[in-house]
Design a protein around this ligand. Structure first.
Ligand code: DX5
Ligand code: ZN
Length: 217
């Protein structure tokens, strides 16, 4: 059964605590928090002070996805602000192995994110460094905006990642993010994903609890 991480990016940002409550009541397992710096991606979202304010508003683990140019520089600060899981992009300027280690040393699950055009092979050298609680985040849209259409060309990459991980004896998770709904979520689960991020599908649903159930499989 897949774990569901609800992205609040397209929620009511003037009432984040209410959005966090909606997410918790939906039965989602985690709250997905998208950090964008206007450099790595064109968009700007929210950063450290908003995370600090949001942290006491929810008991759910906060799954922080850094879409920023130099994630290594911010690892300590995001963990202190309340990140329970922390992912960064392999395409960023930080050294990936060093960033991974910095997150792992702080005792939380670490994720390596791949944009849609980045091949699965890019993570090969890092697979031996991943622990069971860590994850690879395969973006199923181009990072930067919520509410985009799912890119089906990422499905073979998810299958490839799962096969590479199996061969390497790597028991980490695969998270997918972007354009996830009941149908695309099923396709991703079948391809080997076990953490599903969903934003607009959940928050726009009349019944978010049913939407979460439809994603679990
Ligand atoms: C995109 C973000 C996603 C986004 C998902 O850059 O990383 O987490 O919020 O939103 P939906 O589910 O609407 O595509
Ligand atoms: Zn995200």
């Amino acid at each position: 059964m897949a774990m569901i991480s609800a992205s609040i990016l397209n929620g009511d940002l003037a009432h984040l605590a209410d959005t966090a409550l909606t997410v918790a009541q939906s039965g989602a397992d985690m709250l997905h928090y998208d950090v964008m710096d206007g450099c790595f991606v064109d968009n700007l979202s929210f950063g450290l002070p908003v995370l600090t304010s949001l942290r006491p508003c929810t008991a759910l683990p906060i799954d922080v996805h850094l879409m920023i140019r130099d994630p290594l520089r911010y690892v300590g600060r995001f963990v202190e602000a309340g990140a329970d899981l922390l992912s960064f992009h392999i395409e960023s300027e930080s050294d990936a192995a060093e960033t991974l280690r910095a997150i792992q040393e702080r005792g939380i699950p670490a994720g390596i994110a791949l944009s849609p055009d980045t091949p699965a092979e890019a993570v090969s050298p890092l697979l031996p460094l991943l622990r069971e609680q860590d994850f690879i985040l395969a973006m199923t849209v181009h990072p930067g905006l919520g509410g985009q259409a799912f890119l089906p060309q990422v499905l073979p990459k998810i299958r490839q990642l799962r096969a590479m991980m199996q061969d390497a004896g790597c028991t980490a998770h695969i998270e997918v993010d972007g354009g996830i709904n009941a149908e695309t979520g099923r396709q991703c689960r079948e391809a080997g994903a076990d953490y599903l991020v969903a934003g607009s599908y959940l928050l726009a649903a009349e019944n978010p609890a049913e939407a979460v159930q439809s994603l679990r499989g």
